[in-house]
Design a protein around this ligand. Structure first.
Ligand code: ZN
Length: 292
């Protein structure tokens, strides 16, 4: 297992972690400068953050700083109540792939979606099986284009508490079943983003990490699970502040041959988003050395 205690060369910052600083939204170009000042070598930005500044300026800024991506957030949200909605989702995923290419991302992360409209409190239907079917078809269709341009897709299973509104793929096993169905040859075009927050509790976690292997493990996201958790979406903990055995799990992951970034992704409306970004980034660096 790699020794993270001496430096932070394998730390990546998911830019949602410092999206808000002292309670206010901070533009991505400022976040990139803050990362560059600390010698952080990789980030994973969100589409809306990129769009707010502009795709080309962000690509140029990353290049100037020598900062790479550990992933691009995000595609997905495939289910829709009608044919027009399904097509709009495919078009949007195609655009996400193009953006990911421009930014030289190693993969596009997919939060696959669930009951359409549920995120706004009004689900268009309640058939989760139908949603899963639409997700399968959406990924299959998107994979054709992703293969054509060479942009791997990383399915991120989400904690079951988000099965209604954000993702109806909720375990690593479920995500890998889909990978095996749509990319049986393990071509590298389809894999998983393993976010510790979503899968740490899974009794089959180790077994499914072994099953995934290096070929399918395209991204690794870290934070911690706080007790109690006060908000279903945005009360993630800083590594070391919760109950996840991060080093043990990284050991399982690295045993597959994985040698990529540990991407810190913390949505924390109640804590870290209320602090200065400099403080949050500095603590990410120190906890990456001691707790990841
Ligand atoms: Zn994640």
């Amino acid at each position: 297992m790699r020794d993270f205690s001496k430096g932070h060369e394998w730390l990546s910052i998911n830019t949602a972690t410092v999206r808000k600083q002292l309670g206010a939204e901070v533009p991505l170009d400022r976040i990139i400068d803050q990362c560059a000042e600390r010698g952080i070598r990789a980030i994973s930005p969100w589409r809306d953050q990129v769009a707010a500044v502009g795709l080309d300026p962000i690509a140029a800024q990353l290049k100037a700083h020598g900062i790479g991506l550990s992933g691009y957030c995000r595609g997905g949200f495939f289910p829709a109540p009608d044919a027009a909605g399904l097509k709009a989702a495919l078009d949007d995923n195609r655009r996400a792939i193009d953006e990911a290419k421009t930014l030289n991302a190693p993969c596009l992360v997919l939060v696959v979606g669930a009951l359409p409209g549920a995120l706004d409190g009004k689900a268009a239907y309640k058939d989760l099986g139908r949603a899963r079917h639409e997700v399968r078809d959406g990924i299959a269709a998107t994979l054709d284009y992703a293969r054509e341009v060479g942009m791997p897709l990383a399915i991120e299973p989400l904690h079951p508490m988000q099965a209604a509104d954000r993702a109806c793929i909720n375990t690593l096993e479920q995500a890998l079943d889909l990978c095996d169905e749509l990319d049986a040859q393990k071509t590298g075009a389809l894999g998983v983003a393993l976010d510790i927050y979503h899968v740490w509790w899974d009794p089959k976690l180790q077994q499914q990490i072994v099953r995934a292997g290096q070929e399918r493990l395209l991204a690794y996201h870290v934070c911690d699970w706080l007790t109690p958790t006060r908000d279903l979406l945005s009360d993630r903990g800083m590594m070391g502040d919760g109950v996840v055995e991060l080093k043990k799990i990284r050991g399982w992951i690295e045993a597959t041959g994985f040698a990529g970034f540990s991407e810190v992704e913390i949505f924390s409306n109640l804590d870290w988003w209320q602090r200065p970004g400099a403080e949050t980034l500095d603590v990410c660096i120190s906890r990456h050395k001691t707790a990841v």
